[in-house]
Design a protein around this ligand. Structure first.
Ligand code: F6P
Length: 368
């Protein structure tokens, strides 16, 4: 009998519980493995905080967002915050303790579910001799090598429903409504969510925007009798002229509430141009963490199940140091080294290339 462990690292997203359920059910029912789950990502691996996972542990979780194994912000064991003797926080490599914990539990393989930082640590644990199988996770859909990540489609549904809701109120008040969505440096969520929610303007990080062409679209619509407009803006969107400084919300700053996101920046610039002409008010909604929560949709339940069960098949075949991917609806895997070594995760250039290639026509639609 093999004994395996799993953990979920980084930020949560819909479909994680579907993956956990698939991992546990496949491991137990298909191969008769023992399974434990470390809590709070790598942090639990370091502190040896774990639960034994059986079929009852994963009962009733399939549809739920989030992760029953929880996440932690102390998630990098290669650069882990500890207090020195003066109470000052210093960063240390505590990964060897994690490796010892795996040995103590006689773990044959570790399933690591996570995004960029988590995958980098997965590679590094692989280099330390741990038998790792990684599963990519992000709502941003920007992990190289795989075509789609779970959580993305559920987030799209939230964006589409929010845009639908904004349409009725925008129409009633003849307003311009801006919806700021997540995606970090990748425009997938804004682009496809915006198209599904019939946004009139979509701003993505891969194509710097010109506030005058945004204004022109709004004004042209107004002239045609559509006195409202909907703008879907990705949190990573940047202006073409670079004059406007986009201030990201800094959670640790006492000024954080005063700092606007890119939605606020677009609103204030746009208002200067359109308000004197049409008198339209502009309102901003930041969708935020709603995109990562709630009930997992059909697609992500199935996708999460595919990722999870494939990872267990890989363990049975001793295929380690690899990340599960999906291409043309077929599961396979790539070396984790290739993914994190590419320098492409979450980078604008990569996101741009991926958006332009499979969806070039959509990008043009968004530009017009
Ligand atoms: O990468 C996923 C994501 O949800 C991004 O879209 C967003 O910018 C970021 O995580 C937010 O991270 P945090 O949970 O650290 O606030």
């Amino acid at each position: 009998i093999k004994k395996i462990a799993l953990l979920t690292g980084g930020g949560d997203c819909s479909g994680l519980n579907a993956v956990i359920r698939a991992v546990v059910k496949s491991a137990i029912l298909k191969y008769n493995y023992e399974v434990i789950g470390f809590k709070g990502g790598y942090h639990g691996l370091y502190t040896d905080d774990y639960i034994k996972m059986d079929l009852t542990t994963v009962r009733g979780i399939f549809h739920q967002g989030g992760t029953i194994l929880k996440m932690s912000n102390k998630d990098n064991l290669f650069n882990y915050p500890v207090e020195d003797k003066d109470g000052k926080v210093v960063y240390q490599d505590v990964s060897d303790i994690a490796v010892q914990n795996l040995k103590k539990h006689n773990i044959d393989a570790l399933v690591i579910i996570g995004g960029d930082g988590t995958l980098t640590s997965a590679r590094d644990f692989g280099r330390k001799g741990v038998n790792v199988v990684a599963i990519p996770k992000t709502i941003d859909n920007d992990v190289p090598a795989t075509e789609i990540t779970f959580g993305y489609r559920t987030a799209l549904d939230h964006i589409m429903q929010s845009l639908d809701a904004l349409h009725t109120t925008a129409y009633s008040h003849d307003r311009v409504m801006i919806l700021e969505v997540m995606g970090r440096n990748a425009g997938w969520l804004a682009l496809e969510g915006g198209i599904a929610g019939s946004a009139d303007v979509i701003l993505i990080p891969e194509i710097p925007y010109d506030i005058n062409s945004v204004a022109k679209t709004v004004l042209d619509r107004y002239k045609r009798g559509s006195k409202f407009s909907i703008i879907c803006v990705s949190e990573g969107a940047k202006p073409l002229d670079g004059k406007v400084t986009i201030k990201k919300i800094d959670k640790d700053s006492p000024d954080s509430v005063k700092l606007g996101g890119v939605g606020e920046v677009v609103a204030s610039e746009l208002e200067k141009v359109i308000k004197p002409i049409t008198g339209q008010d502009i309102r901003v909604t930041t969708l935020g963490y709603i995109q990562r929560g709630g009930v997992t949709n059909t697609f992500d339940r199935i996708l999460g199940t595919k990722y999870g069960s494939y990872a267990i098949d890989m363990i049975e075949k001793n295929e380690f140091g690899r990340m599960v991917i999906i291409k043309n609806d077929t599961m396979s895997s790539v070396r984790i080294e290739e993914v994190v070594g590419s320098g492409e995760i979450g980078e604008t250039s990569r996101g741009g290339a991926r958006i332009v290639n499979p969806h070039g026509d959509l990008v043009n639609a968004a530009r017009d």
